[in-house]
Each structure stands twice: as structure tokens, then as C-alpha cells.
Design a protein around this ligand. Structure first.
Ligand code: TRP
Length: 346
């Protein structure tokens, strides 16, 4: 039996370069390795837990995220791509798990605590939002996922899922599979800064480069990017640490990019050395970064354009993926009901 990998995204906007280096790229690699059974899904129910009054936003983002998936190379022939709300079994699993978690435990979850603060909820937090870690455990266990590729901020959610699995199995017998988190393998990829160079790339901060940005937009954003504020004249020595342009090059530039666009340097180390010594201007480095990003974004944009013109294909893909995923979730729910003893009429 292949190991099962499952991960998802809340549809609250388009995906950006942070998502790409932090997870999308790796998902495509895992998918193409052929070694895993891969599920990727759009967590629309989870997105509604703090957007109940704004369902249009979730609906519109759903198709954007699906387009982003296909354009980075997720392939519905290899990966089961589905929509959370189309699998009602997930909701029933959530109901069974709700009984296994205390209010105190939910309130202690560091990720939820931060999110409640960020959203200014206080005691007015929607119950659905407070309990989304339980619904997330349903997402994971329904497909017997062994590995869950996530960002660091999701570790407390995986921990909560493991606890639910252990509690369930201790009470009702070994039914559920305990998952492990799978983190990105390097620092830059785990936390790509926004073009302001300060915090993580995030929609609410308006510092993103989106996978769907056109060439001109990417160029303008890179030209505006934060560098070393003390590197004023070309001759000045510069600092590459906390310099977003170099952080991006760390994440994206390969030796082949140097051969192609900047042959006077062998690799990023040589470019950094020159910047540190002085005599290398920001504009030259930024132009190189634009070329590197275009190499990555151009094929993504091409595929996106194709699917934007064939939205019916995208909806069909989601619908078929959801039907396929649902069968697996039905099996798990059947076992769960049986283990609890709710199979009265079998
Ligand atoms: N909470 C995840 C996020 O905000 C999305 C998500 C929902 C998820 N269910 C999941 C991720 C199950 C991994 C596994 O990005």
C-alpha cells in the first residue's frame, strides 16, 4: 500500500509565490514521484468558518485556487483534487470527533489563539471557527492520510488531529490512521517574505506576487521591492541579509539562470559577494530576479490561460475528483459508525 498524502487550502483568494515555494512546488514533486497516493483539496467549509457572511468570496476563490492548482502542474490524473463541501461524510465525522475534544483544549491551541486575536473575535468567536481543528481532523482521517504537508503554523492542528485519533482508537478500537506533518525542507521556502521584505507574503498585507500576475505587474512589484536601505549608490557595500531581492534569489535562482541571464557570475554566492563588496546596483539584481521569476511564472501563466478559457473542464475536474474522494470517505465513515455501534440495521 502506498503512503497517503493529503493537504488542502482555504479558498480566500488567489495563491501566490509564497504558496508556490512553501508547498505547491513540493506537491507537484510528490505527485510526480509516483510513490504516494496524493489528495489535494479546497477547504471551502473551513474558509466559511470566518466568512459565513461572505460566501461569494469563497465561491469566487474556489475557482481561482483550482486554476492555480492546474497551472502549477497538479494533474487530476495523478492527484485526487476535490472540494471539501462536496463530501458530506466529513461533516458527520466531525460530529463524532466533537465529543472527544474539550473546550479547554480547543482554546489552548496556539494557532487558533493567534487567529482569534488577529480577527478580533474574543468571546464572540463563531463556534464553527473554534472547532475547525476538529473538522480538519476529519479531513485528514477520512482519507487515512499518513503525511500532511503543511506550514509550521499548522503543527498544532496536526497535533490536535493525532490526539483525536489516539482517543478514538483507544475508546472504539483501531480504526483511524495517525498522521505526521511534513514540513518544507528549508527556511526560505517555509517563510517567503512579501515584497516589503518584512513579514510573510500575505494577502491582507498587500505584499504578494500572485501566480496569476501578468509580466508587467511582476516587473513593477520586483522594481518596488525592499532591498538594503543603506545601499544608496552603486559603489556602496550592500547587505544581502534581510534583503528581499536576495531572499527571493535564494528561493528561486538556479545555476542555469545564471548561465542564461547573468553569465558573468557563476552562482548566487558570487553575486552576493559582489553586492557585499560594493559596485553592484539594485537594478541589475532586480532585473535578474525578474528573469528568474518569469522563467517560473510564464509556463504557469500559459496553463492558467488555457483553463480560464475552459472553465467547464475545471469544474468537471473538481466534480470528478470529489466523487472519487467521497468513496474513500464513505468507507472510513462506515468503519467509524460500526466502531461506535451505530450500525443498528446491518
Ligand atoms: N488549515 C489549512 C490552512 O489554513 C487548510 C486545511 C484544511 C488543511 N484542512 C486541512 C491542511 C487538512 C491540511 C490538511 O492552510
Amino acid at each position: 500500500m502506498k503512503q497517503v498524502i493529503l493537504t488542502g487550502d482555504r479558498p480566500t483568494g488567489k495563491l501566490h509565490l509564497g504558496h508556490y515555494v512553501g508547498s505547491l512546488k513540493n506537491r507537484v514533486k510528490l505527485q510526480n514521484s509516483g510513490e504516494y497516493d496524493v489528495y489535494v483539496f479546497i477547504a471551502d467549509l473551513q474558509a466559511l468558518t470566518d466568512n459565513a457572511r461572505n460566501p461569494e468570496k469563497i465561491k469566487n476563490s474556489l475557482i481561482e485556487v483550482a486554476l492555480d492548482y492546474l497551472s502549477v502542474g497538479l494533474d487530476p490524473e495523478k492527484t485526487t483534487i476535490f472540494v471539501q463541501s462536496q463530501i458530506p461524510e466529513l461533516t458527520e465525522l466531525t460530529v463524532h470527533y466533537l465529543n472527544l475534544v474539550t473546550l479547554a483544549r480547543l482554546k489552548r491551541n496556539p494557532t487558533i489563539k493567534t487567529e482569534i486575536k488577529e480577527r478580533g473575535f474574543g468571546e464572540a468567536v463563531p463556534v464553527g471557527f473554534l472547532t475547525y481543528p476538529i473538522s480538519q481532523a476529519a479531513d485528514i482521517t477520512a482519507f487515512n492520510a499518513n503525511l500532511v504537508p503543511v506550514g509550521e503554523d499548522q503543527l498544532p492542528l496536526i497535533e490536535q488531529c493525532k490526539e483525536i485519533v489516539r482517543t478514538f482508537n483507544a475508546i472504539y478500537g483501531e480504526v483511524l490512521t495517525e498522521p505526521e506533518a511534513m514540513l518544507a525542507d528549508n527556511k526560505v521556502c517555509m517563510r517567503l517574505p512579501g515584497i516589503d521584505g518584512k513579514s510573510k507574503m500575505s494577502k491582507s498585507l498587500g505584499n504578494c506576487i500572485y501566480l496569476s500576475d501578468d509580466k508587467e505587474t511582476v516587473k513593477n512589484k520586483v522594481m518596488r521591492m525592499y532591498t538594503d536601505p543603506n545601499h544608496i549608490k552603486v559603489e556602496d557595500p550592500g547587505c544581502v541579509e534581510d534583503n528581499a531581492v536576495f531572499t527571493y534569489l535564494d528561493a528561486f535562482a538556479l545555476e542555469e539562470h545564471f548561465k542564461k541571464y547573468l553569465p558573468e557570475y557563476k552562482n548566487l554566492e558570487e553575486l552576493k559577494d559582489h553586492y557585499r563588496r560594493g559596485g553592484l546596483g539594485d537594478v541589475k539584481v532586480k532585473k535578474f530576479l525578474i528573469n528568474v521569476l518569469e522563467d517560473i511564472l510564464e509556463p504557469i501563466r500559459e496553463r492558467r490561460k488555457y483553463y480560464e478559457e475552459h472553465l467547464d473542464l475545471v469544474y468537471d475536474m473538481l466534480s470528478l475528483g470529489s466523487i472519487k474522494a467521497r468513496k474513500v470517505a464513505q468507507e472510513t465513515l462506515k468503519k467509524v459508525r460500526g466502531a461506535i455501534g451505530l450500525n443498528y440495521f446491518d
